[in-house]
Design a protein around this ligand. Structure first.
Ligand SMILES: Cc1ncc(COP(=O)(O)O)c(C=O)c1O
Length: 393
């Protein structure tokens, strides 16, 4: 990776040029919000302009000029292809948070029913369950995982041991936001399924980043956001809900299709008038992803992440909170330098080299997300700054 030369480098330089990012700045916070390729931005803006200028031409006979009421089957088909499921198993949501709430609120859980999660959730992965606990007497238990997670076996064992007669739901992130660890979702879902436990996976950090095959994972529900790793405009997400389990989930946001039992994805996409321009941007981002090639993208992201983790180990006092096992991490790396804080490292990387990771606070340092618009040279520059910071402690 260090000696990336020739065609490979040229190719990724061309890909980078498809983004509107300022070439002088190194953007490493895809874990919060990805950068949009120019064509995604242009498609979004084109539609927004059309709506502003030509709205009088909308005669209501043909396609809608807003989202929120139509099934948008062609777009959902692309998402279904990405996740390997049926189109009717896909709902369009605003983001991952909406997907989480639709399941936590929609399942008919009774007081005393137990939901198992982890202690490493994002608020957008846990808050709906906390609400269910407060309002409906559901027991929401967050199982402690190590940081970094030691092995997939350790996590599986924690969930196997925790399950009891009242366990109804297991809800875990596929890729942990605060450490970058990839959790053994398939094994945990298989175990839950044997006992009739509903499984719901938080995929906010996975789609566009690592391969997601919901059928292979065997989960009942899976939700995520497209504005991070898929590089769509903010305000685009999805909820996968298996046909088999869909009847168990009530509609939360009810509008005209609220009781559509033929197309559950459509039923759960109801949100009233929405911004179709954003959906057009998502459509373009999906095309961009497929044209560039999902496997090629995942492999580049992972190579860069692995390279960062290898090089970080040269920095004195480094503490890496992301698993170093190659199967357990991809494009998110969380690290600190002993004696420093996340805010300090974030600010110094910006001041000294215009490098933008994201602070994770006092203990966990910074999170650096590597995407296809990043390069090994940007990682080399990061390491140089970190070494200087480590030396001046
Ligand atoms: C694991 C995880 N879950 C949920 C969310 C919430 O995503 P959104 O704000 O797009 O709903 C995030 C956002 O960073 C996340 O990392």
């Amino acid at each position: 990776m260090v000696n990336e030369i020739g065609q490979e480098k040229e190719f990724w330089d061309r890909v980078r040029a498809e983004f509107m990012l300022d070439p002088q700045l190194s953007f490493f916070n895809t874990g919060t919000l990805g950068a949009m390729p120019r064509r995604v931005f242009e498609r979004t803006v084109h539609h927004l302009r059309l709506t502003a200028e030509k709205i009088a031409e909308w005669d209501y006979y043909g396609a809608d000029w807003i989202s929120g009421y139509q099934p948008w089957t062609e777009i959902r088909e692309k998402i279904a292809r990405l996740l390997n499921c049926q189109v009717k198993e896909i709902a369009l949501t605003e983001n991952a948070t909406a997907g989480m709430n639709y399941i936590a609120n929609g399942l008919d859980l009774q007081p005393g029913d137990e939901v198992l999660g982890t202690d490493q959730e994002h608020p957008g992965g846990e808050s709906g369950w906390k609400l269910a606990a407060e309002r409906r007497g559901v027991i929401y238990r967050q199982l402690a995982l190590s940081k970094p997670v030691k092995s997939p076996e350790e996590v599986i064992e924690i969930f196997v041991r925790a399950r009891g007669p009242k366990t109804r739901v297991v809800t875990i992130p596929h890729l942990v936001t605060g450490s970058g660890a990839i959790l053994p979702v398939r094994e945990i879902c298989a175990e839950a399924r044997k006992h009739g436990v509903f499984t719901v996976i938080d995929g906010a950090q996975t789609v566009g980043h690592i391969k997601v095959d919901v059928k292979d994972l065997g989960c009942d529900a899976y939700y995520g956001s497209f504005h991070k790793w898929l590089c769509a405009p903010a305000g685009n997400g999805f909820l996968y809900l298996s046909t088999e389990k869909a009847p168990q989930v009530w509609t939360t946001l009810a509008s005209t299709q609220w009781d559509n039992q033929e197309d559950h994805g459509f039923r759960l996409s109801q949100r009233g008038t929405g911004n179709l321009s954003l959906l057009m941007g998502l459509d373009e981002a999906l095309d961009f992803h497929f044209e560039l090639g999902p496997e090629r993208i995942y492999s580049r992201i992972k190579q860069l992440g692995d390279y960062l983790r290898i090089r970080l180990q040269e920095v004195p006092g480094i503490k890496i909170f992301t698993p170093l096992h190659p199967q357990q991490a991809a494009g998110i790396t969380v690290y600190n330098i002993e004696g420093l804080t996340g805010n300090f490292i974030q600010d110094e990387l910006w001041k000294r080299a215009k490098i933008r990771p994201r602070s994770m606070g006092e203990v966990y340092g910074v999170r650096q997300s590597t995407h296809i618009y990043n390069s090994p040279e940007e990682i080399d520059r990061t390491i140089e700054v970190l070494k200087t910071l480590a030396a001046s402690r």
